[in-house]
Design a protein around this ligand. Sequence first.
Ligand code: PMP
Length: 394
Amino acid sequence: MSHYLDDVPYSGIIRIRDLMYTVKDPFRLDQGDVSFDAPDTLKEALIRAVRENRTHYLQTTGIPRLQELLAEKMRRKNGIPIGAPAEVMGTNGGIHALYVTFPARLEPGDEVIVPEPEWPPALGNILAARGVPVSCPLREDLGWRWALEDVAAKVTPRTKAIYVNSPGNPTGGVFTRADLGGLASLAERHNLRVVSDESYEDIIFDGGEHVTIASLPGMYPRTIPVYTFSKTYAATGLRLGYVATSDHVLQDRMRKVLLYTTTNVSSIVQYGAVGALEGSQDCVTAFRRELQARRDLFYAGLGEASGGIFSGAPPRGAFYAFVTIDPGWRDPEATQTSQSWAMTEYLIRHARVGCIPGADFGPAGEGHMRFCFAREREELTGALESMRTVFGNA
Ligand code: PMP
């Protein structure tokens, strides 16, 4: 019999990263990383922490000042009625917040409803907790949102939670307040928890609002909101995320997973985060504005550069173009049966453009491609130029 971890897949994103290392002068539109630098407030605090010898063991869930600042941020900015700062736990990135959360909630075989297409590690983390991800399709015609009746139809006696990711990766779909209200009623009716992944809370375009389901009346006790410094502060490599719950049973279980996986999140990083939170938040607005300009630049050129092969509406949040491939497109030399994998290999090989096949985000993602537009404008223009050459010659 195979070990359960043998069935937890690697993400195809890793395979593509390896492929990209074989390409000279690549356009890295494959990885979900912003090209900005982290703000000085964060960097100065990191340096100060080193100088002040903050190199020793710390509290498992985070230093009190960080917990206090995060609790205050979630109350003020997200509208979540956090009680004591002890309800907040620092984690090694948003991905680790999910890793800590799922085993605290799930018994082997318990089901979690997840969107499809979805960032694969969300499902991987459920599987790693011996849970069962149950995919529920997002509807492209609704701007990649769920139709409530689709979610309701997925509830079974084994359902323990709903994983919400808004704005979503890879689709950029943003749930409305009304969507979240519907999900909240469903969760209440079936006594489900909601794991709400808000990694892209600050990346919402066209003046749209980010709403967390944890801020709806009575919902925080059943919601575990998950956040990260990775996107908001352009700090993917520092590895800091956080999660909150008012449920003491969950807190206790999550603290154990934290203890056994990290002892504590890097001391230097925690002090750096205090600097980022105490400082000006202007960088967040500036990042958002620039990302919207990059989105618009990329979409303005994509249809034409691809000779009409790629189409789709610009996303309302996150920083990915999740576009449809013309169903008639084929690479005669392809060894792949999957169209999106064939397109990925074609673009990497012929255009030096990194991208992710829609199929990597679940079967419903087939026929689509994901391009990250959080790269420098020159890199985006270069990628478009390169596509124009390749598709023009095809
Ligand atoms: N959730 C989603 C939906 C993501 O796309 C990502 C990063 N790609 C994360 C969580 C986690 O990011 P990190 O671990 O860097 O905080």
